[in-house]
Design a binder for this molecule. Structure first.
Ligand code: VGL
Ligand code: ZN
Length: 208
């Protein structure tokens, strides 16, 4: 596959808290780093997303005294998983993994910074209404095909790819450059959903 100047690599949430030893560690999360760095060299356009929560964020289990991690609650926009507190603004857990090549990225999209609403997707927060501004950025730069890599496959990567498609972009997920949390079958559900939407899931060999 030849990467074109209309393609963009969107690197989702490769942050310390999603890697081994982090507050919401995704199994093998840091293993995406070498793969993403290799693929990233092929792209002219690279965007990073960064989960960026205030300490009193509604998705944090510590803000719901009688709840346990991974319980779900009902909020105005629907059901919300309560996560171990993670990616607190300006904490080292919110930093990008130190091995991640970030220099060539043209944009960092921060998400989840509103106290009362979580954001998995890089495009819309979980109310499916509040935009991050990413779609406008990509349209204005005339970027068409969005390749997704990073963490977690079954949450932020999934919803970002699905919203990309809904916003009229072509979306491709680079599976070997992702790792999943796998909560109640969420990895299998992600594969089903991507397949039914016709969003290709490819390996990294496609780029070399
Ligand atoms: C994520 C759960 C909570 C992710 C972020 O990056 O997939 N998952 N916040
Ligand atoms: Zn989060």
């Amino acid at each position: 596959m030849k990467v074109s100047s209309k393609d963009v690599l969107i690197i989702v949430d490769v942050q310390n808290d999603f890697c081994t030893g982090g507050a919401l560690a995704v199994p093998g999360g840091e293993k995406v780093v070498p793969a993403i760095n290799r693929i990233g060299e092929r792209f002219e356009n690279v965007v990073l997303t960064q989960d960026w929560h205030p300490a009193d964020h509604v998705s944090f289990v510590s803000n719901h005294p009688r709840k346990r991690p991974y319980d779900t609650i009902e909020l105005s926009y629907g059901s919300q998983v309560l996560w171990p507190d993670h990616c607190v603004q300006a904490s080292s857990g919110a930093d990008f993994h130190r091995g991640l090549e970030t220099v060539r990225a043209s944009l960092v999209v921060r998400k989840g910074f509103r106290r009362h609403i979580d954001s998995y997707s890089a495009f819309y927060e979980n109310d499916k209404k509040t935009p991050t501004g990413l779609a406008g950025y990509l349209r204005e730069r005339d970027l068409k095909t969005l390749f997704f890599a990073g963490l977690a496959f079954d949450f932020c990567v999934r919803y970002s790819a699905e919203d990309a498609r809904n916003a009229g972009f072509d979306a491709v997920v680079i599976e070997e450059a992702c790792r999943g949390i796998d909560l109640d079958g969420s990895v299998a559900a992600t594969h089903h959903s991507l397949k039914s939407l016709g969003i290709p899931v490819v390996g990294i060999e496609a780029f070399f």
